[in-house]
Ligand binder design. Structure first.
Ligand code: PLP
Length: 459
């Protein structure tokens, strides 16, 4: 299995190489050259299996000979052992034909743990073979950073630097990044928004002297391994509602398009997904782009679902690559137009995207109202991101059962939840002392050279 860049100008890599590389050297994102498919019988055989076994079967065809079978099983087992629920991704019922896939039982209470815990294990295993040391740099709107820090803290051959937008993450998110005491963890509060943080990380990857000098590795959802780990829960959720014998729909609260792109891959692998619905908050560039054909950025508006406060949606590039018939030059041209504000999607590509994705948006007031009404009707307390998903899902209910992805635990966003319901959600017991731990954070300007100097000095 080979991986190719969405911009067509970088060398094809193996799974292991693509995982350690992150962003392709032509600025593109790695995607599998071909997508392995499962027969209906193979999908039916997943029903009732432990999450770890489903993960092994779904991911193995993408990985070539990166890991021996027994080794890979061990990595998966360790990745999910720290989750607070035996099912890993339990399914709850919200209404007659509407279900919630709870993806927030990992160590940092957001779905990012599914991929990050596994990447932590896989990178550690790959580095142990070569004795190499790497520098991980990531940008976060709050949850990727804490998940990465949790997965890499204390590892001998890794330094992890996380850029988060100063003042724009929730207090729980910030404390999860700033309280780990391990010396290889570096939380950097940057002046700017998430798009600025992500842009500086991409700049570091495009500065080859720096990239090679510090042996840069990336764990944002530009990293294919993250997308792949997320494909698993689409299979797990769908088979528990009767796939492949009946179709299932998914609604996904998304910002960077990583999570929903994993659903698109699951569908390409043969999982019978009826509708795949993009749910955005007031930063609704994806919804607008699908409706109008114009992908135009107009500045991030901070919301109560901050992990989706994004206008430059990295993984959308992977969907565009397929929609443009895998024409890397066409994608590279769009991405250079994006630097000056946006681009127009061709009619053919737009039709291809609309054939795969539905979309909707949810305002701030609708988000609060959804948290309130779902709590009253079902007892389920949603985080604001999951509420965005539920509201948009309710507008897309049909004959197939709908599964909305619940992307974070409500206690990660206690202010928004308390405002909506009048009750402050409690953190799970295992992190009850989060507010008592000392914080360690470095404030940095939105300045590439300054951030690079800091990283060089720290490693
Ligand atoms: C990251 C995140 C999202 C958005 O996921 P994408 O991969 O950017 O689509 C949604 N909800 C929560 C809680 C998140 O942490």
């Amino acid at each position: 299995m080979q991986y190719i860049s969405t911009r067509g100008q970088a060398p094809a890599l193996s799974f292991g190489e693509a995982m350690m590389t992150g962003l392709a050297r032509d600025g593109g994102l790695y995607v599998p050259q071909t997508i392995p498919t499962f027969t209906p019988d193979e999908i039916a055989a997943l029903a009732g299996l432990p999450y770890e076994e489903i993960a092994f079967r779904v991911m193995s065809p993408f990985m070539g000979d990166t890991f021996a079978e027994a080794e890979f099983r061990g990595l998966i087992a360790r990745a999910y052992a720290g989750f607070g629920h035996a099912a890993r991704a339990p399914l709850k019922q919200l209404g007659p034909n509407h279900f919630l896939l709870e993806l927030f039982h990992g160590p940092t209470l957001a779905f990012k743990d599914f991929a990050m815990q596994l990447i932590g294990q896989m990178m550690q295993a790959a580095l142990a073979r070569t004795g190499e040391r790497i520098t991980i740099v990531g940008a976060t709107s709050g949850d990727t950073g804490s998940a990465a820090i949790e997965a890499f803290k204390g590892l001998a051959n890794v330094d992890v630097f996380i850029l988060f937008p100063h003042g724009r993450v929730s207090e729980v998110q910030r404390r999860q990044m700033t309280t780990p005491a391990e010396g290889n963890v570096h939380a950097l509060a940057m002046d700017g928004d998430f798009d600025d943080c992500q842009a500086r990380v991409k700049d570091m990857f495009n500065d080859f002297a720096f990239r090679d000098g510090v042996r840069l590795a990336g764990v944002n959802s530009i990293n294919w391994a993250r997308v792949l780990a997320q494909v698993v829960y689409y299979f797990a959720g769908a088979v528990s509602l009767g796939a492949p014998h009946r179709k299932v729909s998914f609604t996904v609260p998304t910002g960077n398009f990583g999570d929903i792109f994993a659903g698109y891959i699951a569908r390409k692998m043969g999982l019978p997904i009826d509708r795949l619905v993009i749910a955005t908050n007031q930063n609704d560039i994806l919804d607008r782009a699908l409706r109008s054909g114009d992908y135009m950025t107009d500045g991030v508006k901070p919301s109560i679902s901050p992990s989706m406060d994004i206008q430059v949606s990295s993984n959308f590039e992977r969907a565009l690559f397929d929609a443009y018939g895998r024409d890397g030059a066409a994608v590279a041209a769009l991405m250079s137009e994006l630097k000056s504000g946006g681009f127009h999607i061709s009619q053919g590509a737009l039709e291809a995207l609309r054939a795969q994705f539905d979309s909707g948006r949810c305002s701030e007031e609708e988000t609060r109202a959804t948290i309130r009404t779902i709590a009253a009707a079902t007892g389920e307390v949603l985080c604001p991101h999951s509420a965005v998903g539920v509201k948009v899902a309710e507008e897309h209910l049909g004959a197939a059962p709908m599964i909305t992805l619940a992307t974070a635990h409500p206690a990660k966003f206690p202010d928004a939840v308390e405002q909506a319901t009048g009750h402050r959600p409690a953190l799970p017991a295992r992190m009850a002392d989060l507010f008592a731990r000392p914080e360690r954070v470095t404030r940095v300007p939105n300045d590439l050279a300054a951030i690079q100097a800091l990283i060089r000095a720290r490693i």
